[in-house]
Design a binder for this molecule. Structure first.
Ligand code: FAD
Length: 394
């Protein structure tokens, strides 16, 4: 008993659902399967429950890929404005936060409901709790063995996402299918992820857990972000750290400017004339949380009055506050990562249609590809844009 469809989409996440809607609108007979018991689980947990569904400022510069031009076509064919239009059409209430990020006013569910309602209107079928066991191509058709029988399809769309949050149904199945049809993989790892302390820093720093500070964090190669950092029990988190994790290479150091909006040596020179009797610690609390100021003074063993600081002391303070060298022990990994950096190489994939150049009628969309956005709604926009592009063709 073979189930036969025009288009089979593996993965009922952001990109798979969007592709299904578009393909079904063209009159294609579309089936979306997912091994999970619910569609769009990551959409539901995204953006702290409010789904940061896109960004006002989407450009290729917000994406990482071995081919930085790959995202261009799809992002311009289906842009953030198109998605915002759809959100308005469904009367989903949303608001803009810092850096152009758009979030639902109420709940991520609003975005999932929008997709499921479009899916229904377009007439695509959704089948959950269905595990695909194997895929082969025979006489121009894809034949898939699934936990609920054999499925035959003219077009196959791989929308299985990345490896983050394994408890939400993430799997490497998409990478395996891509490889089976001759695609190469770009080395992948957890990204948009908090860093962990190395053993030397852990003891003293983890006591500061809960503190946050606006910093500029940079990599050895000079990529930098000016955002909030959060000290946690396990390491450093917050938007600054998540953003830089896309650019950090394991083993590398990061440089943190704890006071990016001032020049500490200038402030010290000025203050020591008027407030020479002030403790360094008390002076620093003018710029950072008290516990952090106390921590630094203890670390440098500088329990001194401003007037007593030597030239060397000031040089130490300057380098430690403006260019603190942080050697992460590692990252928290896929357990808490928002995305997978790397994935199926875009080299043998059409940037216009997402169709494989190695296997006719095979499409790859969303996070399974070697395309990773910055934090801020860029990953969902990639899911919408790439899903839309494939949906016009598959
Ligand atoms: P997914 O949405 O992950 O969907 C993949 C689907 O494939 C899943 O339903 C999975 O069950 C299914 N699947 C996997 N393997 C198989 C298999 N073998 N058989 C059948 N089905 C399979 N991005 C933003 O832009 N804004 C945010 O606010 C945001 N917040 C996030 C918060 C968290 C906690 C996480 C983890 C991610 C967040 N992201 C956010 C990233 C965003 O969720 C992803 O980039 C996006 O969901 C990728 O879409 P996708 O369709 O490629 O994959």
């Amino acid at each position: 008993d073979i189930q036969s469809v025009d288009v089979l989409i593996i993965g009922a996440g952001a990109s798979g659902l969007f592709c299904a809607i578009e393909a079904a609108k063209r009159g294609r007979n579309v089936l979306v399967v997912d091994h999970a018991n619910k569609a769009g689980k990551k959409i539901l947990m995204s953006g702290g429950g409010r789904c940061n569904f896109t960004n006002m400022d989407v450009t290729p510069a917000h994406y990482l890929s071995q081919n930085p031009h790959f995202v261009r076509s799809a992002l311009s064919r289906y842009s953030q404005w198109d998605f915002i239009g759809l959100v308005c059409q469904h009367e989903v209430a949303y608001h803009e936060r810092d850096h152009g990020q758009l979030f639902c006013d109420n709940n991520s569910k609003d975005i999932l409901n929008l997709l499921l309602s479009e899916l229904k209107t377009a007439g695509a079928q959704l089948q959950l709790n269905t595990k695909i066991e194997s895929v082969e191509k025979k006489d121009g058709l894809f034949l898939l063995q699934s936990s609920s029988g054999v499925i035959q399809a003219q077009s196959l769309v791989v929308a299985t996402g990345g490896l983050s949050i394994p408890t939400m149904g993430a799997s490497d199945f998409g990478y395996k299918i891509a490889q089976q049809f001759g695609h190469s993989l770009v080395e992948y790892r957890a990204s948009l992820v908090p860093f962990t302390w190395n053993t030397a820093d852990k003891q003293s720093w983890s006591e500061l857990s809960g503190l946050s500070q606006t910093v500029t964090v940079s990599t050895e190669s000079g990529q930098a972000f000016h955002l909030d950092a959060l000290i946690t029990h396990r390491g450093l988190s917050g938007p600054a750290m998540l953003q830089i994790s896309n650019y950090w290479q394991p083993g590398e150091a990061l440089f943190i400017d704890w006071l990016p909006s001032i020049e500490i040596e200038v402030e010290i020179q000025q203050a020591r004339h008027q407030q020479g009797k002030k403790q360094l610690k008390n002076f620093l609390t003018g710029f950072m949380p008290t516990r952090l100021a106390e921590h630094f003074c203890a670390l440098w063993q500088l329990e001194k009055l401003l007037a007593d600081l030597t030239k060397d002391d000031v040089a130490t303070i300057k380098s430690q506050l403006h260019q603190w060298c942080f050697k992460p022990g590692g990252t928290e990994g896929y357990r808490t990562a928002e995305v997978t950096l790397g994935g199926v190489s875009t080299e043998q994939v059409s940037s216009k249609t997402m169709q494989s150049q190695l296997c006719e009628n095979l499409y790859l969309i969303g996070e399974v590809l070697d395309v990773t956005g910055h934090l801020g709604g860029y990953n969902f926009q990639w899911a919408w844009s790439s899903g839309w592009a494939a949906g016009q063709e598959c």
